[in-house]
Design a protein around this ligand. Structure first.
Ligand code: PLP
Length: 394
């Protein structure tokens, strides 16, 4: 009766949602204050106060047409503001014509894949990955080619990626700061990747886009800088949203930025605008485009997340968990003390701890903690982590 593909995909639906629903059951049984739910990447800090001020002002202003349609790429003046903010961040001059406003990063990725993929073309996805990537690529007839990152650093492995590039490779999808590891890719590794891509483009006479999904770009700690993809890769497309940086995930606002040096950049932008329209998004939400026009430079204070990272990372490593120290986003990705990460995560539920198995990100043997939770929840969870460590680490 329904699409077989969708029904099949439903069965494999995200571990994250499953764990969140398990958490719901525990909350009803034990009370929300006694359940430590680290499953969802739903930011808990409120948006910066200037976002709220801009929103109130816009509503009170009663500007004619505020809630109307506009060009499918978004308001030209908002695109210009975003382009200016990006030019400062990336050190690459962008104009409004390089920016398309979208319904979040998820919407943006669908627009990109619809615009660049022919049936059967391949997108290299690095594991562990944000699980929705596979569905987004499949939505547009593409094929995901999964390549693991280096397990010591959780950075891409240029040699391994090179070996998986074929004449059908249309894009390499990267995500830094990364969900689920929190790792920020170094300039050195990215430069090596750029060489690999140039070499393969030449060898096969193809264009390989680097699609960089960057919703956590502004959430970095310890003075780490996220290298500019637009500077490093010629055929690059940046996908970003304000879901995490401004704590606005429910408002569905983001953008795509096309590198001015991309091959046929103007045609690519036209294709993206057309896809934004014909996928039925029509345009990014009008009111929040206007808000972004005034707040594109802002971010939630990353120090909020750094404090939580320090608390959890220090506690977990003290308890004997092995974990790379992340320098961005709001995730920890420790090794599972049990080989079977799903079994381990199930066992953690005994202590009212809700974690997500690495298998959900195509990386068995690990688990993810989303620490976008109040410091009090984190501190109150320590006894549960201690009990878990006593049972599985000794
Ligand atoms: N990409 C990554 C890596 C994410 O973690 C998320 C959300 O968690 C998204 C994209 C989707 O973000 P948005 O809310 O902007 O669609």
């Amino acid at each position: 009766m329904l699409s077989e593909k969708v029904v099949n995909n439903l069965k494999k639906a995200s571990f994250i949602r499953t764990m969140f629903e398990e958490g719901e059951k525990l909350r009803q049984k034990y009370g929300p204050e006694n359940v430590f739910d680290f499953s969802l990447g739903n930011p808990d800090p409120e948006p910066p106060v200037d976002v709220k001020k801009a929103l109130l002002r816009l509503i009170e202003e009663d500007r004619p047409g505020l809630h109307g349609y506009m060009p499918n790429a978004g308001y030209a003046d908002v695109r210009q503001k975003v382009a200016e903010a990006l030019s400062v961040e990336h050190g690459v001059k962008l104009g409004y014509e390089n920016v398309i406003m979208t319904a979040g990063a998820g919407g943006a990725l669908n627009v990109v894949f619809k615009s660049i993929l022919n049936p059967g073309e391949e997108v290299i996805v690095l594991s562990p990955y944000f699980v929705e990537y596979l569905f987004y690529i499949d939505n547009h007839g593409g094929k995901s080619v999964i390549v693991p990152v280096n397990r010591d650093t959780f950075e891409p492995d240029p040699e391994l990626i090179e070996s998986r590039i074929t004449p059908a490779t249309k894009a390499l999808l990267i995500n830094s700061p990364n969900n689920p590891t929190g790792v920020v890719y170094s300039e050195k590794v990215l430069m090596e990747l750029a060489d690999v891509i140039k070499k393969k483009e030449k060898e096969y006479g193809t264009t390989i886009f680097v699609v960089s999904d960057e919703p956590y770009r502004k959430l970095v700690y310890d003075g780490v800088k996220v290298p500019s993809i637009l500077k490093i890769f010629e055929n690059s497309i940046v996908v970003d949203s304000y879901s995490k940086s401004l704590s606005l995930p429910g408002e569905r606002i983001g953008y795509i930025a096309v590198s001015p040096s991309a091959r046929d950049a103007a045609l690519l932008a036209d294709a993206l605008i057309f896809s934004n329209r014909t996928l039925g998004f029509v345009n990014a939400p009008s009111l929040f485009q206007r808000v972004i026009g005034e707040t594109a430079y802002l971010s939630v204070d990353p120090a909020i997340y750094k404090e939580r990272r320090d608390l959890l990372y220090n506690k977990l490593t003290e308890l004997g968990f092995s974990c790379i120290k992340p320098s961005g986003a709001f995730y920890l990705f420790p090794r599972s003390p049990l080989e079977d990460d799903v079994e381990f995560v199930r066992a953690a539920m005994k202590y009212n701890l809700i974690l997500v198995p690495g298998s959900g990100f195509g990386c068995p043997g690990y688990f993810r903690i989303a620490y976008c939770k109040d410091v009090k929840v984190i501190e109150n969870s320590f006894a549960a982590f201690e009990a878990l460590a006593r049972e599985f680490i000794g």
